[in-house]
Design a protein around this ligand. Structure first.
Ligand code: NAD
Ligand code: INS
Length: 335
């Protein structure tokens, strides 16, 4: 029988995930959705027979015909819905961030451990991207020797007025925080944030761009330029400097053109397209492992460690200091 999925939050990525679960992937169907904007929720499922709108997230979680939950509402609301899913004993896929504070993510870890069963997967989809997987293979097989430095850039063409300075960390750099921790098989010990000259293209309340500097337990250094009003495109860069060579994240495939006295390729403008294949792989694996009663992907522990690092970065945004990131052993429950 197909896994019956309920979705909380039918905005941009909620709609994307609803459509891929219902029309592209196998083994699952959408049965219930909700959003604070109920009209929007109804619009998103209008061509899905049998799917209905529930009035609240809790109603989706508690519905008898919902086997598993997908949380795609705003970041600050994730904790409540993930805790609700754990309390109901239902598997939950939560888009990043797991919670917007380390304390919130810790409450999820504690609740899941108390429930005695892994139920939570976090939407760190870059771990499923073929480019990052190729890069990890090179890092792991020693082709460039030991990794010493990682240079990253995370550029969005623009963001809306509701995007705040701390969101550069827990909404945007959270991707690098997780994927570089996974890539290096290392964890962070300190964070610092530098604020370069501000672009004229950002709203006045937003510091943009920013440079995040992370240090790992093994002494590696990671720098992330986060620039969310970069105008020219949606551009994700990652370069690993090793003892014996350099390895770069491949660019998305694109036809090279010679036209109008120019030679080049297009740059994407939309995050939806940049990791489109990885969302498919991520959610198909989630459906398959959930059907087996397992969690194979990034866990709440990964979401929690990312949130601890994000908290240090947010503190560093205002202190200007190098902020320590406390080390913690991974509980056996998550090994
Ligand atoms: N993995 C990725 O690449 C990726 C990409 C985009 C967004 N995201 C994450 O997904 C989440 C949603 O982002 P988005 O771009 O779709 O935002 P969005 O604003 O387009 O959609 C969010 C939706 O949640 C609804 N909502 C807000 N509070 C709610 C609540 N309490 N209960 C139910 N619905 C509620 C809003 O009305 C809105 O429709 C964010 O956490 C974001 O960081 C992840
Ligand atoms: O929610 C989005 C999404 O996670 C994108 O991948 C990221 O580039 C954006 O900065 C963020 O706002």
């Amino acid at each position: 029988m197909a896994l019956r999925v309920g979705v909380i939050g039918t905005g941009a990525i909620g709609e994307e995930h609803i459509r891929r679960i219902q029309f592209k992937l196998v083994g699952a169907e959408i049965v219930a959705v909700t959003d604070v904007n109920l009209e929007r929720a109804a619009e998103v499922i209008k061509d899905i027979p049998g799917a209905r709108v529930e009035k609240t997230g809790q109603a989706v979680i508690e519905a008898a015909d919902v086997d598993a939950i997908v949380v795609t509402s705003w970041g600050a609301t994730h904790e409540e819905y993930v805790l609700g899913s754990i309390a109901a004993g239902k598997p939950v896929f939560c888009e990043k961030p797991l919670a917007t504070t380390a304390a919130g993510a810790k409450r999820i870890v504690d609740a899941e451990m108390a429930a005695g069963k892994k139920l939570v997967q976090v939407g760190f989809m870059r771990r499923y991207d073929s480019g990052y997987r190729m890069l990890k293979e090179v890092v792991d097989n020693g082709s460039i020797g030991d990794s010493l430095i990682v240079h990253c850039a995370h550029r969005n063409p623009e963001v809306g007025e509701s995007y705040m300075t701390d969101m550069a960390i827990h909404d945007t750099v959270i991707h690098e925080i997780d994927v570089i921790r996974w890539l290096l098989n290392d964890d962070y010990v300190s964070a610092q944030v530098l604020m370069p000259k501000k672009t004229k293209n950002a709203f006045s309340h937003l510091s943009d761009p920013q440079i995040v500097l992370l240090e790992t337990a093994e002494g590696r250094r990671v720098d992330v330029e986060v620039f969310v009003n970069a105008k020219y495109g949606y551009d994700i860069q990652c370069e690993v400097v090793g003892e014996e060579g350099i390895a770069r994240l491949p660019e998305p495939q694109s036809v090279v053109m010679r036209k109008d006295a120019k030679y080049g390729t297009n740059i994407l403008m939309d995050w939806k397209k940049r990791f489109i294949d990885s969302y498919d792989v991520e959610l198909q694996e989630w459906i398959d492992s959930t059907a087996k009663g397992e969690v194979d992907g990034p866990t709440s522990w990964d979401g929690y460690r990312a949130a601890v690092t994000a908290d240090a970065c947010v503190k560093a945004q205002t202190s200007g200091a190098i902020e320590a990131i406390p080390a913690e052993p991974k509980p056996d429950f998550y090994k």
